[in-house]
Design a protein around this ligand. Structure first.
Ligand SMILES: Nc1ncnc2c1ncn2[C@@H]1O[C@H](COP(=O)(O)OP(=O)(O)O)[C@@H](O)[C@H]1O
Ligand SMILES: [Mg+2]
Length: 348
């Protein structure tokens, strides 16, 4: 991914037409950057997939990371290479991708969703055992090579030992019966599933922890700036936006904490603003205005770094941190005071 000749024409200072606007915004949404850590993870997924074709005891793969780090994007990128194919008498489904529904009550709800995606009209009926048997049947019928369960934490959201034990037993049985890899993907807390079943733990020795970008060491800064450089090269403008400039990168880091979701949201909004203004790149003022459109309730003390020449990453992070600490302390003291008053009232 080196600098390529840009395929988008100049707007010549005129606001983009509606059609151009829609196409270019859509283009931004679809950009996927294959950065080195992304490719490394891809190789491991590929390996688990390929090795299973030669083995009777398929290995599993566990992928985790906080929200917005790019788990689903990563999986969808791999899936694109293996589309469903209509054969003469059956549909070939090389990889079955299923999102565990929120508040999944039990493994049965997951089994049912798998059956639904396979076109089983009785997806909602039968015992858990019976459903697992039908999944096994479809795996053979549709030539499924791998199953991916995304949003896996939903199955074990309710933190009871009972739920965890049920889920881990079911997964172990499923993996044994279908003999293809079952890839589990979810928030870091979904790892708890392995504490309950040593055999499952052993089967999932392949684990990928997807991390956000960091910006402390020189190496981390280079990695983050490379990501921004690739992103910049893919943007739907005729000119570079210089996103990887050290100071601009530091500002983007401050805004996003290195989480791809926030970077992408910022760049998408800034693209819209620039397109409306007839600009041929993203500027600091489009980034600044984009910030006003993105609400971040999780960061009440964050300031807008763009178009501000007083920005200093370490100092600003420190100030925000101190304000957060002070807020926590104040809330704790308020709660203490409330408890004290309540106690006093009760003794009177
Ligand atoms: N490698 C990447 N390149 C470009 N954008 C990415 C990348 N990874 C994630 N994103 C963006 O971040 C957003 C959140 O990613 P997502 O895959 O939904 O995260 P998760 O599933 O971990 O919560 C998506 O809009 C996606 O476009
Ligand atoms: Mg996701």
């Amino acid at each position: 991914m080196t600098d390529k000749t840009r395929e988008f024409s100049s707007l010549n200072s005129k606001p983009a037409s509606f059609k151009k606007y829609a196409t270019r915004v859509e283009h931004v949404k679809k950009i996927v950057i294959e950065h080195p850590r992304f490719n490394e993870a891809m190789k491991l997924l590929e390996e688990v997939h390929e090795l299973s074709k030669e083995s009777v005891l398929a290995e599993g793969l566990f992928i985790c990371g906080r929200t917005g780090v790019g788990k689903t994007t990563f999986l969808e990128h791999y899936l694109e290479r293996f589309p469903r194919q209509e054969m003469d008498d059956y549909t070939k489904v090389p990889i079955l991708y299923v999102k565990v529904p929120p508040r999944a009550k039990s493994p049965k709800s997951v089994a049912s969703k798998i059956l639904y995606h396979l076109g089983d009209i009785f997806f909602d009926t039968g015992t858990e055992e019976n459903m697992t048997g039908r999944i096994q049947h479809f795996v053979r019928e549709c030539n499924i090579e791998m199953i991916i369960l995304d949003e896996f934490q939903h199955l074990i959201d309710r933190d009871t030992q009972h739920v965890l034990a049920l889920a881990s037993d079911w997964l172990k049985t499923l993996a044994e019966e279908i003999q293809i890899p079952v890839v589990l993907c979810g928030l870091p807390e979904s790892q708890r599933i392995f504490e309950h079943n040593e055999q499952l733990d052993g089967r999932y020795s392949n684990r990928i922890f997807l991390e956000p970008f960091y910006f402390s060491s020189p190496e981390e800064q280079i990695e983050f700036r490379m990501f921004l450089k690739y992103l910049d090269a893919e943007l739907p403008f005729s000119e570079s936006s210089n996103l990887s400039d050290p100071q601009l990168a530091a500002k983007i880091y401050y805004f996003s904490h290195g989480v791809p979701r926030y970077i992408k949201d910022l760049v998408k909004e800034a693209t819209k603003i620039s397109l409306r203004q007839g600009k041929d790149c993203i500027t600091e003022s489009s980034l600044r205005d984009a910030c006003y459109r993105i609400t971040r309730s999780s960061r009440p003390y964050a300031l807008i770094p763009f178009d501000n020449n007083k920005f200093d990453l370490a100092e600003w992070l420190d100030v925000e941190d101190k304000k957060n600490q002070a807020f926590i302390k104040e809330s704790q003291e308020e709660a203490k005071e409330r408890r004290r008053r309540k106690k006093k009232k009760a003794t009177h």
